[in-house]
Design a binder for this molecule. Sequence first.
Ligand code: BGC
Length: 721
Amino acid sequence: MLNRISLRTLAFIFAIFGFIACNSDTKPDNSVEEKISELIGKMTLEEKVGMLHANSSFTSGGVPRLGIPELITSDGPQGVRPEHGRGWNALTNANDSGTYLPVGIALASTWNPELGYKYGEVLGNEAKYRGKNVILGPGINIMRSPLNGRNFEYQSEDPFLVSKMVVGYIKGVQSQGVSACVKHFIANNQEFHRNTLDVQMSERTLREIYLPGFKAAVVDAEVNTIMGAYNKFHGQYCTHNKYLINDILKGEWGFKGAVISDWGAVHNTEEAIMNGTDIEMGSDIGVLGKFSYPDFYLGDTVVSLVKSGKISESVIDDKVRRILRVMFKSSAFSKESIGEYGSEKHINVAKQVAEESIVLLKNDQNFLPINPSETKSIAVIGANATRKNAMGGGSSQVKALYEITPLQGLKNVAPNIVYNYAPGYTIERAATANKAMISEAVEAAKKSDIAIVVGGWTHGFDYNKWSDNAYDAEDTDKPDMKMPFGQDELIKAVISANPNTIVVLVGGGPIDVTQWVGNTKAILSAWYGGMEGGNALAKVIFGEINPSGKLSVTFPKVLEDSPAHKLDSFPAENDEAKYTEGIFVGYRYFDTYKVEPQFPFGYGLSYTQFQYDDLSLVKSGDNVTAKFTVRNSGKVFGGEVAQLYVHKNNTEIIRAEKELKGFEKIFLKPSESKTVTIQLGKDAFQYFDEKKNEWSVEAGEYEIQVGGSSRDIAQKAAFSL
Ligand code: BGC
C-alpha cells in the first residue's frame, strides 16, 4: 500500500525498474549483483526466509515493502499449464487455452536442435504472456526403462542427444526473458515410489549417463533454475543432496541460479538449508489447511535456526541472492503483458515439430505413402484415433486452443476418402479384448481399401482419475510393455480381415509389437503430437510430408530384453533402486551384448534413400574432424539424421560397443548431396575412470562410424590417439 512505503523505498523501486528497462542481458552483471546486495541489505531475516518457500501452489514469496514480487512458476514441458490461481483447482474462467506442443519424446525424435530452440521460444513467449517467470521444463531424465510413466515428457536414453536438444530448448525459453527449469535432478527414472526411492549407481554411471544432460543445461545453456528430484540418491534426498548440489552443481559446474524443490520434495530443514536447496515448493501443504506456508521446512524454522546461531544468515543471503538473480533474468519486475498466445506463429512451430517427429518404423514394399486419389475408403480403427491428449499425463497438462486428432487429420488432408471409424477397444483400466468391438472393427476393415489402426499407449486423461487409465502419466509406471486394452487381438483380427493394414502407435515410448509386426504393411510412431499432431500424421500417411523422425530410444522386442528388466532391477524393491546395468542403458546394452532390438536407437525410415560416402578424418592434437557426404539417392525430397558413433578398437576397459558423439539433420532434394562436418573434441573419446576419479582417454585405435541409425552404419574410418 502506497502510504506505507517510504519515499526512499519508492526511489529504490524506480531504480530497479529503470535498471530492468535498460538491461536485458542474460550474462552475470556486476551492477545486477550490486542491486541485489542493496536489496538484501534492506531485508529483514523474516523477509528473506519468506522468499525461500511457496506462497501459493505455484509462487514463492516476495517482499512487497521493497517492490519484490512473488516468483511465478508454471508447468510444464509442452505448454503453459492451465491457471490454478493460488490453489489447486483449475480456474474455469481463465484465458489459458494456448499452444499445445508435441511432448518431449516427440521433440527429441526430430533430432533437430534448432527446432528445440523454436519450441523453447514458443514456451517462453507464452509463459511471458501469461505472466510467468519460470516454466517448469524441460524434463530430461534418462529413459532407463520403457515402463517409466513419464518417458513421454523426457527426451532420450542417450545423454549426448539429450545434451544437444536441451540446450536449444533452454536458450529458446530464456531468450524470451523467462527462466527454464530443467528437471528432475537426478535419477527420477521411475515413478513408482518416487517419494521414497533411494537410487544407487556407480560414479561412472552417474558421470557418463545421468549427469551430462544436466551439465549441458547448466554449462552450455546457462539455465536459470533446476528442479531437485523427489527420490534419494545414495541415501540422501536429491532436493537436498550435498554431493549433487553443493559439490557438483554449484561447485564443479559453478551454477549461479536457484535450485527449486520438486513439489513437496523437501524433508528436512537443516539439510535443505545447508545442502543447496534455494526454494521449497509444495504440493497441497498449505492448501488443505493443515499447515500454513511459513510452516514449510524452509519457513519459520529457518528463522529460529538463524536466530539461535545454528545457521549463519549468510547462507540465507546466498539463497536470496540466487532467487533475485533469477527474478532479474525472468521479467519478474516488469508488469507488462508481452508475448503471444496460441498465435499462428506458435502453432506453426507445433506443426513443424510434429511433422519432423513422426518415425516410420516399417514400410513393407513402400506401402506408404497412400495415394489419396487411388483410395476410396479407409477404415480408421482405435480409440486413439479420436482421443485428445492435451490434458493427460499429470502436471504437464495443457489446455489446447484446439487439438487435431488422427481421424480429424486424415479428413482434413484427404477429404474425399470415405472413413469408416470403429473404436475397436475401450480405454478403461483392466479392459481386455472386446469381441463385439473387434467384430465391428473387422467389418469396417473388410469394407475399406485400407485399414489404419491408431493404438498404443494412453495418457491418464482426467487429472483426478490418473489411476483409472494411466500409462503415460505422472506418479505411475506402466505395468508391462504389452499393448493394453486387448489391442494385440484387435490388430491381428483387422490384419486378417484386410492385409492392407497399417498401425500407428501413439504414446510415450516403446511398446511390444511382436504379435503382429511381421504381418502389418507399415508402422508409424506418432507419440503425443500436440495440437497439430493429427494433421502431421495424415500428411505423412498421404505423402505430403516425408517422415524424418528417428528413434531417441531403443524399442526392445520384449520387456525382458531391456537391461534394467533383464537384471530385475526395475521397478525397485524395498525402496532401493540399484542401477546394476551401470552404463549399459539403451543401445549401449543392446549393441554391446548383441541383443537384437525390435527397432534400434536412431532408426527411422524415409520415403527416399540416403547414401553415405567419402568419410575422412583429420586429426589435430586431441581433436578429430570427421567429414562425409550424404546424398539423396531416391526420388523425393527428404530429411536425414546423419549420425556419428565412436567405437574403441581393442578396448582394455569395459565400455559400450559404440556411443553417439555427433549428428546433423539435413534436408536434400533428389540427387542432391551435402558434406557433413562433425568436430570431435577430447570429450568424444573419454570415459570416467573411477580409480582416478576423473575423465580419462584410453590410448589406441578408435573407429568413427557414420550412418542412418545405430544399427545402420554406412561408413567407418579409424585413427589413433
Ligand atoms: C512434478 C513436477 C512438476 C510439479 C509442479 C511435481 O509433482 O514432479 O514435474 O513440475 O509437480 O506441478
